[in-house]
Design a protein around this ligand. Structure first.
Ligand code: ADP
Length: 266
């Protein structure tokens, strides 16, 4: 199961970050430096459908400081998507506590979660989720439009974001006129444009050939160098090994959590 892609596809523009602060500055969250970007404490998620109760997360505790590049791995059914949906404020937890950039989102309702999501999280999806009728520029501008940023500034910021991902000469192209790798780079630009605390990527290379995969992973490396906080879900070891921390999920719990040179790639 993907990152709630079905429910998000139709409103992709609404789930990307919309904060209106000056964008794309490296180490942009200096004030929040001391706080972990993600703090989960004994998070549980139970899906109840009629007589069935599935405990998809069984008490997950995690702390992810700013600037980490984390890969979440695990076999099918282990709870990765559930965890990602909770991290992305796309679903509510059953019990436990979730602080996102210091803000307690555990008990928020849908409306407040949508607001936090828009301010704090930039999403990158396996299938890009760009609007096909809009140019790259308009796609990247869209979160800023939702945030009420004036048109001229939107254009300037989208232009900068597209240049930063190497698409400065493709701003007027529609998604269908871009390669898969270019579409994903445009999606990364859209994820970054509001300067979110967290970039959350669900199998971002799952739909790309090997050369475009290399390209997009290089871009994530750059985000890491700029001290962006990046969490990505992947089942590919080659993708995960680019991260500086690998968290493996099994049966709804964290099975291993390894950083730096200690992380094992199987
Ligand atoms: P993964 O992403 O690792 O494949 P998921 O998070 O999708 O795992 O699923 C974890 C467990 O929760 C599985 O047993 C799955 O069947 C169950 N599950 C996921 N979503 C739902 C849902 N909406 N309703 C009921 N059970 C669900």
């Amino acid at each position: 199961m993907g990152l709630a892609a079905g429910s998000v596809a139709v409103r992709a523009v609404a789930v990307v970050s919309v904060a209106s602060a000056p964008m794309l500055e490296s180490a942009a969250h200096a004030a929040a430096d001391e706080l972990p970007v993600i703090e989960l404490n004994d998070v549980r998620k139970v899906y109840s459908t009629g007589q069935f109760h599935v405990e998809a997360l069984r008490g997950v505790s995690l702390s992810i400081p700013q600037g980490e590049y984390v890969a979440i791995m695990g076999p099918s059914g282990s709870g990765k998507s559930t965890l990602m949906n909770i991290l992305g404020c796309l679903d509510v937890l059953t019990s436990g506590r979730y602080l996102l950039a210091g803000e307690d989102v555990s008990m928020m309702d849908e409306v407040d979660l949508a607001d936090v999501r828009n301010r704090q999280i930039g999403f990158v999806f396996q299938h890009f989720n760009l609007l096909p009728s809009l140019t790259a520029m308009r796609n990247v501008e869209m979160p800023l439009a939702y945030a009420g940023v004036p048109r001229e500034r939107r254009r300037q910021e989208a232009q900068i974001a597209l240049e930063r991902v190497g698409l400065g000469d493709r701003v007027d192209h529609r998604p269908g006129e871009l390669s898969g790798g270019q579409q994903q780079r445009a999606a990364v630009a859209r994820a970054l444009v509001g300067d979110p605390a967290l970039v959350l990527a669900d199998e971002p290379t799952g739909n790309l050939d090997s050369s475009a995969t290399a390209d997009v992973l290089d871009l994530f490396d750059e985000l890491h160098q700029q001290r962006r906080t990046v969490v990505l879900i992947t089942h590919e070891a080659d993708v995960a090994k680019r991260a500086n921390r690998i968290i493996r999920v099994s049966d709804g719990a964290v099975a291993s959590d390894e950083s730096g040179a200690d992380r094992r790639i199987q």
